[in-house]
Design a protein around this ligand. Sequence first.
Ligand code: OSB
Ligand code: MG
Length: 367
Amino acid sequence: MKPKLNIYQVKIPLKSNFTTSFGTQKYRNALILHLQTDNVNAYSECVTDENPFYNYEDNDTALHIISKYLIKHIVDLPKPEEFMERCKTIKGHNMAKASIEMLLWDYHSKIEEKPLYQYIGKSRGYALVGISIGMDETNRMIKAIDESLKKGYKRIKVKIEKGKEEKILSEVRERFPEIPLSADANSCYSVKDFEILKNLDKYNLLYIEQPLSYDDLIYHSKLRKQIKTPICLDESITSYEKAQKAFEIGAADIVNIKPGRLGGISNSIKVIELASKTGHGVWIGGMLETGIGRAFNIALASLENVNMPGDTSPNDRYFEKDIVKNIFVMNDGKIKPFENPGIGVELDMEALNSYMISKYEFELNFN
Ligand code: OSB
Ligand code: MG
């Protein structure tokens, strides 16, 4: 059989709405990649959404870039690093590239019969887990925090937006004065809002995540000199070089690693190593992934150099029924990666079919 790449677009209802400063998500609208060869089924997830609100990519741009430019580079199923080398001249589109790069990581770790988390580096064997809580009426956010603490989450992150930050953070801090708490602004503030941000120092946050524009470094470094709260960058860190620059100019104390945003696992590992070597905080974020993308995130989050709890909740925090048969469990705020080869999860075809809105099939032909 010739190797085949299937892309399934699935639209899965979230258990509860997820509201950030850029909008409300009711579904996870995902592209699931499935590589079929004679001896292996490999998977990955493209973390784009139907809207380009987190960054500029969406499901349609990803499908376009994958089908027109990326598939031709993987007909011989190269190692992930070789694939990235081949697509060096294609600018941006990191989420599209990452979905193929991660597919190759799953494929090659399966060929070598190793679990992904052992294949990619030195692992401590488990991920430290925090939770990201969307905006809602404050009493509901407080209830969600209370339940999360009882489940053992190591860190609570709340979403904030301009005009709502004081209400959310004062009420949360009043009820939970001591918990490890952070706030994620998803880039909603500007250089004119430094006074608002200075006023958040009193909440004793572990860090504020991405307060300023999604591609900014300079104003973050300016802001950092005026506030006590550490800054964690998410959206702005789209490459190793951006991470270097952020550290060099003091724009970030901490970085959130999302393999989709960074163009895959190889780049993520490089940034993790840079951060830990230079004494910065580093943790693994999330994009409300299905069990496929989640398995990659948890493998990464288990690496020894990842030194802070991330946003990798177990599957049942997001979905009534996920598209995988293997579901993560959290014990004492820790999740262990699966031991099966590769990402170690099997697709639940029945669940997948029930959520499927499109299917694309590509034969991997040399030509
Ligand atoms: O900024 O970290 C973010 C979800 C979608 C887009 C951006 C972000 C998030 C989250 C959720 O915070 C993290 C998760 O639980 O997957
Ligand atoms: Mg974020």
